[in-house]
Design a protein around this ligand. Structure first.
Ligand SMILES: [Zn+2]
Ligand SMILES: [Zn+2]
Length: 355
């Protein structure tokens, strides 16, 4: 069971947090400094997700009754929090003001190991590498997968391994940063890109501000910046920019828990796999709760206790029931999409009006 942490409301902290958030989350620029991926490759992650992701938002059920579930801050693991969760006043995407929780984390998973990402030899098995999404399938990035890339992608320019069977991978923080840029250093093409936890600043902090009481928006919103947050404080990220990554003949695998590291954002998830995340079981056999989206609606695992996926999900991968109100179910790990869009009001960037 998750440990509980009582939210502390202190005026000074509220002001501080609001100020930090206001400075750090500007949706209007490509260099979004929100906790989303902000290294260059992952900057394109934000824009590519917004520009190229084809999401059918036409079927979002915005006529549903109000949600019955509110955000429960006690579900977050204390070990994942950089500071105690606070309540802040916030401005929502429709211009209204609301009460929000401000959740500041280190984006380091305290409930599971991270890595590995890249195998080092073409003889390596699946335990030596992570996963890579393609065609709706989460492929094991093992030695054979790397050896077979030219065939897999039908392009002879893929040559990520050498005559002795060794695989090219980023081996330093500098190489990680250079390979994560859109204009990948030519010397780092045909490298498996991995950024290790020790490359990330130890004082990295990420603040998620989410409405206490979620409400549906008039129209669903594309995911910009963060998608949501897991109970361990790790970010659920928008889609990884796989076109840019593959265009440079690189791979940036996720580990077997669906996450990888960006020097500016730390560890973050692009896929949800089983048996990694802290879950909150549901008494009625519904899929477990694994975290919250930035609009405050709950994010649940894909499958219920019977192994069934809901068949009435909208384009955001949400639906409504009488217990949980509106909520999301994650997609498969090979989809490079955890949920499709935000059906609810998110927190608008900028400072809320003075009281
Ligand atoms: Zn990423
Ligand atoms: Zn459901």
């Amino acid at each position: 069971m998750p440990k509980f942490d009582k939210p502390i409301v202190r005026y000074a902290l509220v002001i501080l947090t609001v100020s930090l958030f206001a400075c750090g989350d500007d949706d209007d620029t490509v260099t979004d400094t929100s906790p989303a991926d902000t290294s260059v490759a992952d900057t394109s992650e934000d824009t590519s997700a917004a520009d190229t992701e084809v999401v059918d938002t036409s079927t979002v059920d915005t006529g549903s009754p109000p949600a019955t579930a509110v955000v429960d801050p006690t579900l977050f693991l204390v070990d994942g929090l950089a500071t105690a969760i606070t309540e802040v006043e916030c401005m929502l995407s429709d211009g209204s003001t609301a009460q929000c929780y401000s959740i500041t984390t280190n984006s380091v998973p305290s409930d599971h190991e991270s890595g590995p990402w890249c195998p080092t030899q073409i003889t390596d098995g699946p335990e030596a590498g992570g996963i890579w999404p393609e065609g709706g399938v989460a492929h094991d990035v093992d030695g054979a997968f790397v050896e077979n890339l030219a065939t897999f992608y039908d392009d002879p320019a893929w040559e990520m391994y050498n005559a002795d069977g060794s695989i090219n991978f980023t081996e330093t923080a500098e190489e990680c940063a250079a390979a994560a840029r859109p204009d990948v250093d030519p010397e780092l093409q045909n490298h498996c890109v991995q950024c290790l936890p020790e490359y990330v600043e130890t004082d990295l902090q990420i603040t998620f501000v989410i409405p206490k009481e979620p409400s549906l928006a008039a129209t669903p919103q594309d995911i910009r910046g963060n998608m949501g947050v897991a109970f361990n404080g790790v970010e659920f990220a928008a889609a990884a920019p796989t076109d840019a990554i593959l265009g440079a003949y690189t791979l940036a695998p996720f580990d077997d828990c669906g996450g990888h590291i960006n020097l500016n954002a730390g560890y973050h998830y692009h896929a949800i796999t089983s048996d990694c995340l802290t879950e909150v079981a549901q008494d009625d056999g519904h899929a477990p709760l694994i975290g919250y989206a930035m609009d405050g609606f709950g994010i649940y695992a894909m499958l219920d206790a019977d192994g069934e996926e809901p068949d009435d999900l909208d384009g955001c991968r949400g639906h409504t029931d009488g217990v949980r109100g509106y909520h999301y179910h994650v997609s498969g790990a090979g989809e490079n999409m955890i949920i499709g869009c935000h059906a609810g009001l998110t927190v608008q960037s900028g400072r809320p009006p003075r009281p």
